[in-house]
Design a protein around this ligand. Structure first.
Ligand code: FES
Length: 319
């Protein structure tokens, strides 16, 4: 994977729904952009603060001339979406990463696909729906949202080639059209793959309903990160190659403290979603707080994402 940053131009900014804008990013010289696969995201380096936020690409991977983002203005977030909503305009140049994909659409792995979107979690699933439609695969896209007015891409979905595969579920539009997650997830035939993206409660409900599925058929991507660090406490890290013992205070991450000590672990998202910082653990009780590792990987306890995960007691890292 290349880490070279791209400079792109904001060719179009549009108000897609209440509180949601779309950005169309193109190469400033009009060249093709690096190809991407459905489910990919890019890191956007925010123009004012330089901090980094990840956004999924919602357009079809068959398009080579643009990357399309959908961004919810989220006053509860750590400011990334507000900065983009408030300051990014058409014609601006942005630094972005190359597309990366931690939410692969495994196209050949199933006979049919269920895509479940909650709110702005639609973005990677919209790209997947276009891809599945192009491939002629059987799929359903269920899109849950608070109200039609606050729902992005309604017109686009209703006029798409796969409109018949899309079902909307609006919280304010009557009980009969609400999504019964346990019933939908519980009645799928074998050889179905499930992809889900949305807020934590929605994801939890879907994953709970799919608890008896083969884990390899259930694919998820979190778009909001758990920022509840109330219960974080201090612990120690031992650098295995040198024996150095380093205290990690309750309000700092392992990567932050190690960097101060001159020990660099590569990071990207710093939110436990990209996997860049994955580090081997030789010994210790890991408090996994990431959204990247699978449950079996977490249980194995031999790797940590030190940008966000912590430990109880002392952790020996293979560094
Ligand atoms: S830097 Fe992305 S998971 Fe740690």
């Amino acid at each position: 994977m290349t880490t070279e940053l791209l400079t792109v131009k904001v060719a179009k900014r549009a108000q897609e729904a209440a509180g949601i804008i779309t950005l169309e990013l193109v190469d400033p010289a009009g060249n093709d952009l690096p190809a991407f696969t459905a489910g990919s995201h890019i890191d956007v380096h925010l123009p004012k603060t330089g901090t980094l936020r990840q956004y999924s690409l919602w357009n079809s991977p068959s398009e080579t001339h643009r990357y399309c983002l959908g961004i919810l203005r989220d006053p509860d977030s750590r400011g990334g979406s507000l900065e983009i909503h408030d300051s990014v305009k058409e014609g601006d140049l942005l630094k972005i990463s190359q597309p990366r994909n931690h939410f692969h659409l495994q196209e050949g792995a199933a006979e049919q696909f269920i895509l479940l979107a909650g709110g702005i979690g639609i973005t990677p699933l919209l790209s997947m729906a276009q891809r599945l439609s192009d491939l002629g695969k059987a799929f359903e896209l269920h899109y849950c949202s608070r109200s039609e007015q606050r729902t992005a891409f309604v017109d686009q979905l209703k006029s798409s080639a796969f409109a018949a595969n899309v079902k909307f579920h609006f919280d304010d539009a009557g009980d009969e059209q609400l999504l019964d997650i346990p019933s939908l997830v519980g009645t799928q035939p074998e050889a179905t793959s499930l992809y889900v993206c949305g807020p934590q409660g929605f994801m939890d409900a879907v994953i709970d309903a799919a608890s008896n599925w083969n884990p390899t058929d259930v694919h998820r991507e979190y778009f909001s990160v758990n920022e509840d660090h109330e219960n974080d406490s201090s612990f120690k890290v031992i650098i295995n190659s040198t024996g150095q013992v380093i205290d990690i205070p309750e309000d700092s991450s392992i990567t932050e403290v190690l960097e101060e000590q001159g020990i660099d672990i590569p990071v990207s998202c710093e939110q436990g979603v990209c996997g860049t910082c994955m580090t081997t653990v030789i010994e210790g009780d890991i408090d996994h707080q990431d959204f990247f590792l699978t449950d079996p990987e977490k249980e194995a306890g031999d790797v940590i994402l030190p940008c966000c995960s912590r430990a109880k007691g002392t952790l020996v890292l293979d560094l």
